[in-house]
Design a protein around this ligand. Structure first.
Ligand SMILES: C[S@@+](CC[C@H](N)C(=O)[O-])C[C@H]1O[C@@H](n2cnc3c(N)ncnc32)[C@H](O)[C@@H]1O
Length: 313
């Protein structure tokens, strides 16, 4: 562990060897995929060693997805105690939620709360967390993030929109959006705005004025060519379709293009990107495509097998 503590370029690889035991190997590498409970792995990571955490934890859907279970029956007493010791504000907030929400809901927030506390610790002062969720728990998660990161450090609530079939009997608008909360650790966050520009929609020349004057053709052209910074709602990162080439079959897989935008915006080139709930490795594929170092953690063997396969191809 000492070697690990000395440099953020070193990480540990943990392998489940049965009967409650882990094998922990030190690997001197920039690229790591680790099997294990992310709480125990993150607790071994040094303070302020990660540039960006982009992650998609379970959403509290109350369902068993086969590869992983998104039901929260456990009281998680130990994690509750740990959370109380590490972040009293988050713990008190969850006790307040317990008054009106169900116990599984509070269990889920304890699970997430202690892990977000670790994420906050290991982020560099210039680092950011992007946390993916949906309307099942997003309002509760936002307040949890406020208690740990501070409300003033919320940079964006990104709405990722997609399309898909709706049930013929529906009596409400089909829910086709997720929320991605972006929090920075401090007021010194990274935002590579020129790396994420998108083209303007074709507009008539009359819409373009500078200092009250219409632009010249050259000004207009270079303005259009530069593109714009996307708004905080994204509808151009298509959901992974049934027949998409990138589809792995892992439940709740997200598109690489979505995580590429996040990484381009908020991780410096060569920086360390961590996904502690990496599933099939989408964030890791995006990080590798963009020359960032990566650490992926998942507790599920099937997820790790798929992620390793994707990263070796
Ligand atoms: C929503 S999925 C992530 C999907 C991923 N974004 C993808 O594109 O494939 C959540 C993942 O969290 C993992 N997970 C749940 N609890 C965990 C824990 N305590 N430690 C590590 N991974 C965990 C599950 O195994 C699952 O793969």
């Amino acid at each position: 562990m000492d070697r690990y503590r000395r440099a953020d370029r070193l990480a540990c690889r943990m392998a489940w060897i049965g009967n409650g035991n882990w094998r922990v190997d030190m690997v001197d590498s920039d690229h790591n995929i680790i099997i294990g409970d992310n709480l125990s792995v993150m607790r071994k990571m040094v303070d302020e060693s990660v540039d960006l955490i982009a992650t998609d934890p379970p959403f509290n859907k109350g369902r068993d997805f086969g590869a992983y279970d998104d039901r929260w029956h456990d009281t998680r007493a130990e994690e509750g105690l740990l959370l109380r010791a590490r972040s009293m504000a988050a713990h008190e907030y969850i006790c307040w939620v317990e008054e009106f929400a169900s116990q599984p809901f509070a269990n889920f927030l304890v699970f997430l709360g202690i892990r977000i506390t670790e994420m906050h610790r290991i982020l560099k002062p210039t680092g950011s967390l992007y946390l993916h969720c949906d309307q099942t728990a997003n309002s509760y998660i936002r307040l949890l993030l406020d208690t740990i990161f501070g409300a003033k450090n919320q940079r964006n609530e990104i709405i990722w929109c997609y399309t898909g079939p709706s049930s013929p009997g529906t009596r409400q608008f089909p829910r086709k959006n997720d929320t991605i909360f972006w929090y920075s650790k401090s007021d010194r966050w990274v935002f590579n705005k020129d790396d994420i520009r998108v083209p303007y929609k074709a507009l008539g020349k009359t819409g373009f004025k500078k200092n009250g004057q219409y632009m010249t053709d050259d000004e207009h052209r270079s303005y259009l060519e530069k593109g714009k910074i996307p708004e905080s709602w994204w509808n151009d990162c298509t959901r992974v379709a049934q027949l998409a080439k990138e589809r792995t079959g892992y439940p709740t897989q997200k598109p690489v293009s979505l995580y590429e935008r996040i990484i381009k915006a908020s991780a410096p080139e060569g920086g360390v990107v961590l996904d502690p709930f990496c599933g099939s490795g989408t964030t890791l594929v995006a990080a590798r495509n963009l020359n960032r170092r990566y650490i992926g953690i998942d507790s599920n063997q099937e997820a790790i097998n798929i992620a390793e396969r994707r990263m070796s191809s």
